[in-house]
Design a binder for this molecule. Structure first.
Ligand code: ADP
Ligand code: ZN
Ligand code: ZN
Length: 665
């Protein structure tokens, strides 16, 4: 008889014991899926430990037996077992549910042998330029020496990073190894697949959650057997069962869509780095604007820095035009609530008249309100957190949603003493209608997450725009990632303030990343491009970097200094504890008493703890949410506090959601 520890898909932080007879069910290995009785139900879980000694169970608990072993075709490779265990521990997520992320679709039954259409692949050869060649050689030299470091490839948009990935992938394939490529958006994968297939002469599988189950199952098996050797996918592809993996690429490594924001809150880039380390293979993190986390690791000598400094085409980066909303004439129209300068509208019209296209970029999240001086662009930040204070109109109050600091809305600007303070947060939903009023003849398309529900719709919208059926495309973050539109020569950023004042310690870093990406959409082909940035505060460092008036390096130094002073990442492990409940006053009391106790017991670490405070979205799905943040000096400290708070929350019977390395507020 054998004894198994099984990861069961239930919200519990532990494994469960079962006995197993190889005579009855066949040989068992780590990573096998088994059906087991659990309470009154039958569940499928993953075998995480195998023992020959009978475990000691609490009195009265009877050891149950596995009812069935599921076909080994679907077993997880051992490294994925290891990765899921690590993920569950680090992200403080129930282990059985973490395994769910790596589970093949419906392992209990074959969903049919869907034939994957094979199409003709035209192999295209290119020659790398000197910069690219140098990067590839550096990587290959390190590998030849037997070291497998993390490489950070920093290269401006269009500098040819993708060609570098392709070249390195070719080498691994020629050694019989497989390659995993992560990209931030599924919207990008189709375009990239063709490029990889045609350069590698090898079929490439796309991996994302929107694929039909049957197809996913067929692919999963082909990847596991090594029949498919190249996978391009969004964040969940980090759990692909690659055979003989030889390289991982994480493109746009700074992108926050790598972080899963619900249930299992993992960061796919960080899991990828762990995976590469575990499997002793190289990993390339690529970006035009790397995350400060990765840059800091370069500074500490833990990552190898590689650079591409020129655009491959020699094409200039687009011209950046600043449009001051406090100085320019604004469009006056009762129905237009979003501030638009007359000049902006005029340039858009001229672009359309030339037969070229315009992209209008809007920050995705519009629910945060803040107070801004219309004359000098000043905004109030939290004195403790360096984070924009959020405006609550009802109470006429400014609040820090991180530490809970609050004050009355001041009557005048602390910088220029103007009385022109105004609440911001635009009527973004209506932007399409407003633009139509300003540009009556324009054909306008809109692309955002709420509206684009399927890959098909997304591709249709993009194709429509590319074919020139419309003049203007309005979109959010998902639009600006890597799409090539030859006829787009003008990109409009509706409000830089909305990006820069987002209440988050990463606001500046993110604004620069986003604006760099947005700018990269203008003037990709022969036509020169321009980027119009509208805003009240155009004196911001980020804008100066974008214009080339301040160096990127000095911006990074400033940011790192601020982060270090305030103990933010990359100098600490940030974690958010979110307490949820239906009854506001009961929840508030319980949270306050829990936190009071925790603060009392953590003298040395108190300055690293913030809150409790009402979450930015205080009420969602009929639940109230209070947040408590911890800037942990070490992972151990993080785990310790996390376990403590979990047991306190359980005792008080309130829901607690732990988010390690959170991005959104
Ligand atoms: P990035 O990934 O850094 O944005 P890409 O790899 O997409 O840049 O390169 C930008 C453009 O330049 C693409 O159209 C690509 O095909 C082309 N390109 C890059 N390197 C080469 C090369 N060595 N030879 C020919 N074309 C190249
Ligand atoms: Zn002012
Ligand atoms: Zn604060």
């Amino acid at each position: 008889m054998m004894y198994l520890k099984v990861a069961i898909p239930r919200p519990l932080d532990r494994l469960f014991d079962y006995e197993y007879s190889e005579d009855d069910h066949g040989v068992i290995s780590l990573g096998d899926w088994v059906a087991v009785p659990f309470g009154r139900s039958r569940l499928v879980g993953c075998v995480v430990e195998i023992k020959h000694d009978k475990p000691t169970l609490p009195e009265g608990v009877k050891l149950k037996a596995v009812t069935e072993k599921i076909s080994s075709d679907f077993s997880l490779p051992s490294e994925l077992v290891q990765i899921c265990k690590f993920g569950a521990e680090y992200y403080q997520y129930p282990i059985g549910e973490a395994f769910f992320s790596a589970m093949p679709p419906s392992p209990e039954k074959e969903l049919g042998t869907r034939k994957v259409k094979s199409k003709e692949i035209k192999v295209k050869e290119i020659n790398l330029n000197d910069e690219q060649r140098l990067v590839v050689n550096t990587v290959e030299e390190k590998l030849a020496l037997g070291s497998n470091p993390v490489f950070l490839l920093e290269g401006i948009t269009g500098s040819g990073k993708t060609e570098v990935y392709i070249e390195l992938a070719k080498k691994r394939l020629s050694e019989g190894k497989s390659v995993l490529i992560l990209v931030p958006e599924i919207a990008l994968t189709a375009q990239l697949r063709d490029r990889f297939e045609n350069s590698l002469g090898n079929p490439v599988a796309l991996w994302h959650s929107a694929l039909a189950e049957g197809l996913r199952q067929v692919q999963w098996k082909k990847i596991k057997t090594g029949e498919i050797k190249v996978v391009i996918g969004a964040r969940s592809a980090v759990f692909a069962p690659m055979k003989n993996l030889g390289l991982i690429v994480v493109d746009e490594e700074h992108d926050q869509t790598y972080k899963q924001e619900e249930r299992f809150r993992y960061q796919a880039r960080d899991i990828a780095v762990y995976r590469a380390h575990l499997q002793k293979i190289p990993i390339i993190l690529g970006s035009a604007t790397p995350s400060l986390e990765s840059i800091q690791r370069v500074k500490e000598g833990r990552y190898v820095h590689l650079r591409l400094n020129r655009r491959f085409s020699g094409q200039m980066l687009p011209e950046i035009k600043l449009i001051s909303l406090s100085e320019e004439m604004l469009v006056i129209n009762e129905k237009v609530k979003t501030p638009f300068a007359e000049k902006t509208v005029q340039i858009m019209q001229e672009t359309i008249d030339r037969g070229e296209q315009v992209i209008v970029f809007l920050n995705r999240r519009g629910f945060s309100q803040f107070i801004l001086c219309q004359d000098c662009g000043w905004i109030k930040e939290c004195p403790q957190c360096s984070i924009t204070l959020t405006h609550y109109q009802r109470k006429n109050e400014l609040r820090c949603h991180v530490c809970g600091y609050h004050q009355h809305v001041p009557s005048d600007c602390e910088q220029c003493h103007s009385h022109e303070l105004r609440g911001m947060g635009f009527g973004t939903e209506s932007l399409e209608e407003e633009l139509q009023l300003m540009l009556p003849d324009a054909k306008i398309l809109r692309l955002d997450r709420d509206q684009i529900t399927s890959q098909k719709r997304l591709e249709e919208t993009l194709d429509d725009f590319r074919s020139g059926k419309s003049n203007i495309l309005i979109g959010t973050q998902m639009l600006v990632k890597g799409h090539d539109f030859a006829k787009v020569t003008c990109v409009v950023v509706v409000s830089s303030d909305m990006l820069l004042k987002w209440p988050d310690f990463r606001a500046s870093e993110r604004a620069l990343q986003t604006l760099t990406q947005v700018s990269g959409r203008a003037g990709r082909a022969e036509l020169p491009g321009q980027v119009l940035i509208q805003g009240f505060d155009l004196d911001h460092t980020v804008i100066k970097v974008l214009q080339g008036e301040q160096s990127h390096e000095s911006f990074i130094e400033e940011e790192l200094l601020m982060r270090k002073e305030l103990n933010y990442p990359p100098f600490s492990r940030f974690v958010r504890f979110r307490f949820q409940g239906k009854n506001e006053s009961v929840l508030r009391k319980k949270v306050e008493s829990i936190i009071e106790r925790v603060l009392g017991e953590s003298e040395n670490d108190r300055s690293r703890m913030m809150g409790p405070s009402e979450a930015l979205l205080f009420r969602a799905n009929h639940e109230y949410r209070f947040d408590f943040y911890y800037k942990a000096p070490t992972i151990d400290a993080l785990m310790k506090l996390s376990k403590k708070l979990k047991s306190m929350a359980e005792f008080e019977e309130i829901e607690l959601i732990v988010d390690v390395d959170p991005y959104t507020s």
